[in-house]
Design a protein around this ligand. Structure first.
Ligand SMILES: [Zn+2]
Length: 115
């Protein structure tokens, strides 16, 4: 019952996924999973002390890369119209997500400057 002090993350850990080559950043409280393909077979590459800014920075990198990968897949040419429609809607969502992450990161940076 209730949250323990240990529930506050101490680390941001970056994992490499051997299956698809994507890296994923998360805190040590989350179960290591590849954001791109869902594989749990990921390898820790680096860890740094948790700060809201570092987390925001990490999320920005992930969101940018996700969008880039989708754009690349789209440019390479989807196999059929159904795939194309799926890719387009994924692209729209990824752009939306990226914008949200970026404005959240800016907000965090502003607030930390106030202190
Ligand atoms: Zn993967």
């Amino acid at each position: 019952m209730g949250r323990k002090v240990e529930d506050t993350p101490k680390w941001i850990i970056v994992y490499d996924c051997p299956a698809c080559g994507t890296d994923s950043g998360m805190t040590e409280l989350q179960r290591p999973t590849c954001f791109a393909c869902g594989s749990k077979n990921v390898i820790e590459r680096e860890r740094k002390p948790f700060t809201p800014e570092a987390l925001a920075e990490r999320m920005k990198v992930s969101a940018d890369r996700m969008l880039l990968n989708l754009q690349k897949a789209y440019e390479e040419g989807p196999g059929n119209p159904k795939e194309e429609a799926l890719l387009l809607s994924a692209l729209a969502k990824a752009k939306d997500y990226k914008d949200k992450i970026h404005s959240m990161a800016e907000e965090m940076a502003k607030q930390s400057k106030k202190d």
